[in-house]
Write a protein that binds this ligand. Structure first.
Ligand SMILES: Nc1nc2c(ncn2[C@@H]2O[C@H](COP(=O)(O)OP(=O)(O)OP(=O)(O)O)[C@@H](O)[C@H]2O)c(=O)[nH]1
Ligand SMILES: [Mg+2]
Length: 612
C-alpha cells in the first residue's frame, strides 16, 4: 500500500493526546519511516515557533512522510522566531549567559578578611585600587587556544611525588534528612581541633537561644541563617583537613528531598561516600522505605561512579548500642547496595554516635560495644580508605591526561593582568606551575602560575603552595592569560593537547532507567545532571534495548519502561551555555549523567558517543 493511501483515511483518525499515543497508532513500517524523516523536519524548523512533536508528526503523516512537502506546508502556517541577540565573547557560537547553577553555593566561604595571600604584591595593589582594564566587552578573537604544551617552571618527577606525598581523599556524606550527617562532620572537625572549644561554646549558646541546642555540632557545617532556622542542610559545605596519614576533603550534602540536586553536586566532587544511617527505632525504616532519600542517594552515588562506601551506623546511643539493631539494619541495607552495583568488599560498617562522639575519632567504644565490634573507628576507616584510593591513583595519575573540574571562580576586582583564580578538582593526570591548559567551553588557553592546596574558600587547615597536583587533589590554580569573566563553575580544563572535549547538542547515552511513573518516549523532557551542572534535555531517539552486557536485544523501541537498559540519543534544549562533554571511556566519572523529572531520579547513564 502506498503511504499516500493512509492520508486519505485521515478523517477517520482518532484524536491523539500526546506523541506516544500517535506512535502507538502507527504500524511498524510507518513508525520506521517516521523516525527517519522526523529528526530532519525538526531540525529544519528550529527557527520557527508554534509547533510540537505531535503536530509535526501528524503533518508528516498527512503528507505521506514526504519531507519537502511537509516543510513547505508548515513554513506557510508557522511563524518565524525572532533572532536571539548574541552576547559578546561567544566562542564556538556559544552564548555567554550566566548559568543558573552559578547561583547555587557549592562551598560556603569562611569570613574573608582580605585577598588571597599568594597574589604578588603588585597584584594585591591592583586589587585594592580596583585598577585595571576598562568595562569594554571582550571580543571573541582575544581568546587564544593553543595545542602546544608549555614546560613546567621547575619540572618534578610525578611518580616520585605520588610516592612521597600524603594520600588525599574526598568524601561526600549522604543519607536521609536528619540522619545526623552535619552533626557527624561537625564532631569530626571538633575532635580534630579544627573547631576549638570556644567556637563550639559559642555555637552552643547561639543554638540554645534558638531552642535548637541539639544542633550545635551541625551548625559547624550549616552556616546560613536559613539552614539554622530550618534545622536542615540546604547547600553542600566543603571542608579540608589533614591527619598524620592523609589529607581529606569533606563534602557535607543535604538529605532533604528538595535539595537532591545539591547532593548530586556533592557526589560528583567525591572519591567515595559515607552513608549516614539513623539507627533509632523506625528512623532507619522511614529513611529506607518508600520515598526515603537513603535509597535515592545510594543509587545516585553508584550511578555517578562511586565504588567505596563507609556506612556510618549513627545514633547508636538511641538504641543502647544494640548489636541486634546494627545487624538488623545491615541485613536490610546490604542486599540493596549489592543490587544497585556496590561490591560487598568495598563497604565498611562502623557503629557511631556523632552527637556523643563514640566511634568517631577521640572517644573510644565502651567495653560493652567492644564485645561485639572490634573494627576501626570512623577516622581510621577513612584513613584506610585514603590509602586504598591513593594506591589506585598511583597507577593512573602519571600517564593519564590532565583534566580539571572548575568548582569555584574566586572573585577578583579588575586587574589588567589577565589573571584568574579558580578552585576545583583534578579528575585525571597531574599539573605543575608553568604548564598550560585550555578551559572549555570558552576554549581559552592559560598558563598555570601557581598551585595552592585546597580551595581559597571553604574551611581549610592548609593553604600551602605546591609544585605538583595530582588526580583527586582539590587545588586553587592561579592562571595567567585568562579571561575569568568567561569561566564558570562546572567548566572543564584539560591539557592543551587533549584532543576531544566537545560541546555538542546531541549525544548517545547508555541508559539505565529506575522506577518511573511514566515511560520515556521520544521527546520526553527531563533535567540532565552532569558534573555540577544541570541542563534541560529530552529524548531524541530510542536507539535500541540492551542487556546488562550492552548487547542489543531489540532495535525498534517505542517506549522505555522502569528498570530497562537502552542506547538513547539525547538532545539538550534551552542551551544557554555549552557544556563540555567527555565519553565515559575517556573519563569514567566525567562521562556519567543522571536524569531527573518532577523531583525524582528516573535514570542514569554513561555517555557513549558525542555527535560532532
Ligand atoms: N541521639 C543522637 N542524636 C543525633 C546524633 N547525631 C545527630 N543527632 C541529632 O539529629 C538531628 C539532625 O542532625 P543533623 O546533623 O542536622 O542531620 P543531617 O543529616 O545533617 O540533616 P540534613 O542535612 O538536613 O539532611 C539533630 O537534632 C542532632 O542533634 C547522634 O549520634 N545521636
Ligand atoms: Mg546536614
Amino acid at each position: 500500500m502506498a503511504y499516500s493511501d493512509y492520508s486519505d483515511g485521515a478523517d477517520d483518525m482518532p484524536d491523539f493526546h500526546d506523541e506516544g499515543e500517535f506512535d502507538d497508532f502507527l504500524n511498524d513500517d510507518e513508525y520506521e519511516l517516521m523516525n527517519q524523516v522526523f529528526p530532519s523536519l525538526k531540525e529544519q524548523l528550529q527557527d520557527y515557533q508554534g509547533w510540537d512533536n505531535l503536530s509535526l508528526k501528524l503533518a508528516l503523516f498527512d503528507n505521506g512522510f514526504d519531507l519537502e512537502s511537509t516543510l513547505a506546508e508548515l513554513k506557510i502556517t508557522l511563524k518565524k522566531k525572532k533572532t536571539p541577540k548574541k552576547t559578546v565573547a561567544a566562542v564556538n557560537g556559544t552564548d555567554s549567559v550566566v548559568q543558573k547553577l552559578s547561583d547555587v553555593s557549592i562551598s560556603k566561604p569562611i569570613a574573608s578578611n582580605g585577598l588571597p595571600d599568594w597574589l604578588d604584591e603588585d597584584e594585591i595593589e591592583n586589587e585594592r585600587n580596583g585598577n585595571g582594564s576598562d568595562d569594554e566587552e571582550r571580543a571573541v578573537q582575544r581568546y587564544y587556544k593553543t595545542t602546544v604544551p608549555t614546560r613546567p617552571k621547575k619540572s618534578q618527577d610525578v611518580s616520585a611525588y605520588i610516592k612521597s606525598a600524603l594520600p588525599h581523599l574526598s568524601f561526600v556524606v549522604l543519607g536521609h534528612v536528619d540522619a545526623g550527617k552535619s552533626t557527624l562532620m561537625g564532631r569530626l572537625l571538633y575532635d580534630l581541633k579544627i573547631v576549638n572549644q570556644s567556637q563550639l561554646r559559642k555555637l552552643q549558646r547561639e543554638s540554645e537561644t534558638m531552642g535548637k541546642s541539639s544542633f550545635k555540632f551541625a551548625w559547624i557545617m550549616d552556616q546560613t541563617s536559613e539552614e539554622r532556622e530550618r534545622g536542615v542542610t540546604v547547600s553542600i559545605c566543603t571542608s579540608h583537613f589533614s591527619t598524620e596519614r592523609a589529607n581529606f576533603t569533606i563534602v557535607d550534602a543535604p538529605g532533604h528531598r528538595d535539595f537532591v540536586p545539591n547532593a548530586i553536586m556533592g557526589i560528583s566532587q567525591a572519591d567515595m561516600a559515607i552513608l549516614c544511617v539513623d539507627c533509632s527505632i523506625n528512623a532507619f525504616e522511614s529513611g529506607f522505605d518508600l520515598d526515603g532519600q537513603t535509597k535515592e542517594h545510594m543509587l545516585l552515588a553508584s550511578s555517578l561512579g562511586i565504588h567505596n562506601l563507609i556506612i556510618a551506623m549513627n545514633k547508636m546511643d538511641n538504641v543502647n548500642w544494640s548489636q541486634q539493631r546494627f545487624e538488623e539494619i545491615k541485613s536490610k541495607l546490604l542486599p540493596y547496595l549489592i543490587d544497585i552495583g556496590f561490591c560487598k568488599d568495598n563497604i565498611c560498617w562502623v557503629p557511631i554516635s556523632g552527637f556523643s562522639g563514640e566511634g568517631v575519632h577521640k572517644i573510644g567504644y565502651t567495653d560493652d560495644v567492644e564485645k561485639w565490634y572490634n573494627g576501626p573507628n570512623l577516622m581510621s576507616t577513612l584513613e584506610n580508605a585514603a590509602l586504598k584510593v591513593s594506591k589506585e591513583n598511583e597507577i593512573t595519575s602519571k600517564e593519564d591526561p590532565f583534566l580539571f573540574s572548575v568548582l569555584e571562580i574566586i572573585p577578583l576586582k579588575k586587574t589588567n593582568s589577565e589573571l584568574a583564580l579558580i578552585s576545583g578538582k583534578l579528575e585525571s593526570g597531574s599539573i605543575q606551575p608553568g604548564e598550560s591548559l585550555t578551559i572549555y567551553p570558552s576554549e581559552q588557553s592559560c598558563i598555570v602560575d601557581k598551585i595552592q592546596v585546597g580551595s581559597q574558600q571553604g574551611q581549610s587547615t592548609n593553604h600551602e603552595e605546591t609544585g605538583v597536583a595530582i588526580k583527586g587533589d582539590f587545588v586553587t590554580l592561579k592562571l595567567r592569560k585568562a579571561y575569568p569573566e568567561d569561566i564558570q563553575n562546572g567548566d572543564l580544563a584539560a591539557s592543551v593537547d587533549y584532543p576531544s572535549v566537545h560541546s555538542a547538542q546531541c549525544f548517545v547515552l547508555e541508559l539505565t532507567t529506575f522506577e518511573m511513573n511514566r515511560p520515556l518516549l521520544p521527546g520526553s523532557p527531563f533535567i540532565l545532571f552532569i558534573g555540577i551542572k544541570e541542563q534541560p534535555a529530552r529524548i531524541k531517539k530510542l536507539i535500541s534495548l540492551i542487556d546488562k552486557s550492552s548487547n542489543v536485544l531489540k532495535k525498534k523501541v517505542r517506549h522505555l519502561g522502569s528498570k530497562q537498559r537502552a542506547f538513547v540519543e539525547i538532545e539538550l534544549i534551552e542551551v544557554k551555555r555549552w557544556i563540555p562533554l567527555l565519553t565515559a571511556s575517556e573519563n569514567d566519572r566525567l562521562g556519567r549523567v543522571v536524569l531527573r523529572k518532577d523531583g525524582r531520579t528516573i535514570a542514569a547513564g554513561k555517555i557513549s558517543e558525542i555527535s560532532q
